[in-house]
Ligand binder design. Structure first.
Ligand code: SF4
Length: 339
């Protein structure tokens, strides 16, 4: 079996599909007919594509596939959150999470197998980087749930901006009217703060950006996120400001994981408010979800609310985020593609 299955066409944008089809003598019209079958009519085989000529369907069957990975395990949390472990064509596994809420349902998508960034608080970070996911493997995680999904967050395994090309194809498909037709306001890409071209290229999609900040000064951030040695907080805030302007989004979200005795003092809250005063922002405070062998302890909910009160008092929009699915290790930073 090849390492990556390039015959699966569920992650192809319409223009990629046209280019692919041209290689085997099919037309742009064939591509235009096949495209909505995959994305809006949930076709999982070519034979049901009734408006595609039989001869074309036969050629498609010989050359391509429409595959959703098999589910190895499906766990359901007591709060309704579901976590699926999906097995890819090369036997590697990834996790995707479905989070139902009263007025919306969100899918948390992985972008890589493992992660090379190595944040100290993250379970995925303890697993070595294996490879980038293809755009088909990214889109498959949304199609897998087969439920009405209103929001997508790229907050699963991996650093999305280190797999920008495939992330961009997946975003194009999610935003495309003839495919998934999501509003750009319903998609969030989260980054640990990789300040390279990708963060600026992402702005053209106009999706929401969430930055994993998790510290109010460089000393602490470098300790828990080694990536800070390369892109420090000042560089990150400048990039966030530029992103917010270029993407025409209302604000940038800063994720802040509260770790007891590490980054959760009143002084940290005041320091954080100073960092964010010049940028339209929102802070998501998250209490730490522990995982086997984790070196940190999370701050309590009461403490999180105290921290939030200080930020709110300084005029920073802040919410304390409810942790979802932590009993099945489906919460933030708890994913690991383990069989
Ligand atoms: S938090 Fe994100 S970027 Fe950091 S190690 Fe985990 S998956 Fe990678």
């Amino acid at each position: 079996m090849s390492e990556i299955d390039f015959t699966n066409i569920i992650g192809f944008t319409l223009s990629q599909l046209k280019t692919e089809f041209a290689k085997i003598g099919l037309t742009n019209l064939d591509a235009k007919r096949v495209f909505p079958w995959i994305h809006t009519k949930s076709a999982r085989s070519f034979d049901i594509m009734s408006d595609v000529p039989l001869k074309v369907r036969k050629i498609l069957e010989e050359n391509y596939s429409i595959k959703i990975p098999n589910c190895v395990t499906l766990q359901k949390s007591r709060d309704g959150t579901k976590k699926a472990l999906l097995k890819l064509w090369d036997e590697n596994c990834i996790e995707t999470v479905f989070i139902p809420e009263e007025k919306r349902s969100t899918v948390c998508v992985s972008s890589q197998i493992g992660c090379a960034v190595g944040c100290k608080f993250c379970y995925t970070g303890t697993q070595n980087f294996v490879r980038n996911l293809t755009s088909s493997e990214i889109i498959a995680q949304i199609l897998f749930w087969n439920e009405s999904v209103t929001n997508i967050v790229f907050m699963g395994m991996g650093e999305p901006l280190l797999n920008f090309e495939n992330l961009a194809s997946a975003l194009e498909l999610l935003l495309e009217e003839r495919a998934h037709n999501f509003s750009r306001h319903k998609i969030t890409v989260s980054t640990s703060g990789i300040i390279e071209n990708a963060i600026f290229d992402l702005a053209k999609f106009g999706v929401k950006l969430a930055i994993s900040l998790h510290a109010s000064n460089d000393e602490t951030r470098s300790r828990i996120m080694p990536i800070n040695n390369k892109y420090n907080i000042k560089t990150l805030i400048n990039a966030a400001e530029e992103y917010q302007r270029n993407s025409n989004t209302d604000h940038v979200t800063f994720e802040y994981l509260l770790l007891k005795g590490i980054n959760d003092s009143d002084a940290n809250a005041i320091e954080l408010s100073r960092l964010l005063r010049s940028i339209p922002s929102k802070v998501n405070l998250i209490t730490f979800n522990s995982w086997p062998g984790s070196p940190f302890i999370g701050s309590s909910y009461d403490h999180a609310h105290r921290f939030a009160k200080i930020l709110l008092g300084k005029g920073i929009r802040t919410i304390v985020r409810k942790s979802r699915g932590d009993d099945v290790l489906a919460a933030c930073g708890q994913l690991k593609g383990k069989k």
